[in-house]
Write a protein that binds this ligand. Sequence first.
Ligand SMILES: [Zn+2]
Length: 370
Amino acid sequence: MLQVAVKRDLACTTVVYLFDLLALKNTQHTSRVLQEVLQSSALVKIGYGMYEDLGALVARMGDCCATAHPQLDIMHAMVALAPAGIIPPRSLSDACDALLGQSLDKTQQCSAWGNRPLTDAQRQYAALDAYCLLMLYDKLLERAIQHDLSLPTHRLCWPEGPKPPQINKVMISPNITNTRFYKPWPEGDSPRFVCDDMLEGLARQLRLCGVDAASVYGVVGAGHQLPRHQVHRVLVDLAHLEQRVVLTKDKSFVRAGYIDCAWLVQGTHRHTQLEEVLHAFDIRVGMDDVMSRCSRCNGELLEEMFTRDTVPVQALGNVPPVGVGKSGIWVCGQCYNCYWQGMQYARARLHLKERFGKKAGGGDAVLQNV
Ligand SMILES: [Zn+2]
């Protein structure tokens, strides 16, 4: 679905057009119209996280949609307006909350978008997604003028710069159509994942390697059985809000096409799954990473090392038994779980060396109490 909101006349009446790309034939005429709109210097193309949208459009309609100019991304504009007191948003809904004082209703986000005809609620949801961008733009422009700042416009090209490595463009399952795929986190950021409810073991393994891996159970609590559509909803929300790649065992999630940034995990054991993900996303695990994250909640461990006498009061219930943890205690800054070098140390060290010896650089410490 391509939604376009435009201000139509001098009275600035806003009209939203919904283009059903499933129904729209990819003819020369369609391509030319899209290209003219995207490249018209008279039309500023406003979006939120537009690079991803442009990628999806190219995947569907071809290279005619590979360039948008001039283009303004609300997300980038809000970052640029930090001097005017604007706080960079984590999502479009966040931006609406902050600038318009209203939240976006996301109840339709995980509805059946492959079905036709679309329901009124779906069309309204789609239209609102584009409409709110114009409202946000007006607010930002107002704020920019007040503070003598300007809103940044760019030429947006997809793909940007050198093509992403092949591995990032492809979903891996012989049964599922390969899809263009790219990392959703900003260039230079560390990888971020969200694991579905069948991959909690993988989430913990990733955290042990210092990789940021949220999970469905991290949100709803371990052992809570959710209906599939609610699991999907949590995955989509977290992926969008925090720019995470979804790691899933659920083919129906990938087939539904809710999100491009999903990886269908092939491995059946948490260790092989870990290797698969580290390899696929070219993640190198160093010693500093290993001691950095809580395997239970994905929070970051406090930098300071503690003793039994100095742990924060919130962690008192989690300190190791007397006689162990003498070389220091790590404390999670989020859930205050404690970690220490303990009986599993040698075994885990050996395991890390065997699995990731080259990448881990001869790993030298592993956590107890995981
Ligand atoms: Zn924790």
